[in-house]
Ligand binder design. Structure first.
Ligand SMILES: [Zn+2]
Length: 285
């Protein structure tokens, strides 16, 4: 009897029962774990410090993708590199399905398989914490389909996570409240959803076409616009071109701040960004 008990609770028995879920980003990994808890084992193909639009899939990761029960992606043209994966047997969850998208009307060249250009709308929607509601709803539905006996547990975990997020969101809105209406410039248009939630006004993106560096003429026009304006802060991403950031900061008279578009812990990501941004806006006043 003791042997049976040991066997039933051994780590390998538990690991066998877990659903292997692959996500394209660490943020989605964090959200799948928030809902799935110890019933899931989650691995992300992209890492927080990587440019999410150009991830190289390693052979070891490819093996895991083939073993996975579920793959969760941002969708639209966010992951052009996913087109290189072979046909999958896993359930594919497009997390954008029920998210209200921004900039769907912006006319852009649709080259979905070659580049990330926001051709179907802005894809950086997880940066509005409120979008965790529809994203986790899609994750919950897919997990409960794969493991119906766990539906109630998944629902309870999601509720607990969202109420914690709701509480933190109110705190973040409080921290950024003094800066509502502040005008900022961004390098890549990663921050539209975040700006919308926290009341920032993005006056320009240094990349007029997402993913494409500005031409010398476009850069000169941007610097002209910034000089003498009330724009004080430049938001860049960790993978932004440092010399471009330096030029805009120096010649445009704006304070650069690097915000994190991606993180291992969804709530921690906002804690960090709200802190960095409030510091920059405070010093920029
Ligand atoms: Zn983008």
């Amino acid at each position: 009897m003791l042997a049976a008990l040991v066997a039933a609770t051994s780590p390998s028995a538990q690991a066998q029962q877990r659903l292997l879920v692959i996500t394209t980003s660490p943020d989605l990994k964090s959200l799948v774990e928030a809902v799935g808890g110890d019933r899931v084992e989650v691995e992300s193909l992209g890492q927080p410090e990587q440019n999410p639009h150009s991830v190289e899939i390693k052979p070891g990761q490819l093996v895991r993708v083939k073993q996975a029960a579920m793959l969760v992606r941002i969708g639209l043209d966010h992951e052009p590199w996913l087109a290189r994966l072979p046909a999958l047997t896993a359930t594919v969850v497009d997390a954008s399905r029920d998210v209200p998208l921004l900039q769907t009307e912006t006319p852009r060249l649709r080259t979905a398989r070659k580049a990330h250009t926001h051709a179907y709308g802005n894809t950086h929607y997880w940066l509005d914490p409120k979008n965790a509601w529809p994203i986790t709803a899609s994750i919950l539905a897919a997990l409960a389909d794969l493991s119906p006996a766990d539906r109630a547990a998944f629902e309870a975990r999601r509720e607990a996570f969202l109420s914690r997020l709701e509480e933190r969101l109110a705190a973040w809105e409080g921290v950024l409240a003094p800066y509502r209406g502040a005008r900022v410039v961004v390098v890549h248009d990663s921050w539209s959803y975040f700006a919308e939630r926290f009341g920032l006004r993005i006056v320009a993106a240094a990349e007029p076409n997402p993913g494409v560096p500005p031409s010398p003429g476009e850069l000169a026009a941007l610097l002209d616009r910034l000089r003498g304006s009330d724009v004080r802060v430049l938001i860049s991403d960790p993978h932004s071109d440092p010399s471009l950031v330096r030029q805009i900061a120096d010649k445009g008279g704006v304070r650069p701040v690097t915000l994190l578009p991606s993180g291992r812990d969804y709530i921690g990501l906002f804690e960090e960004n709200v802190q960095r941004l409030s510091q920059a806006l405070k010093s920029g006043q």
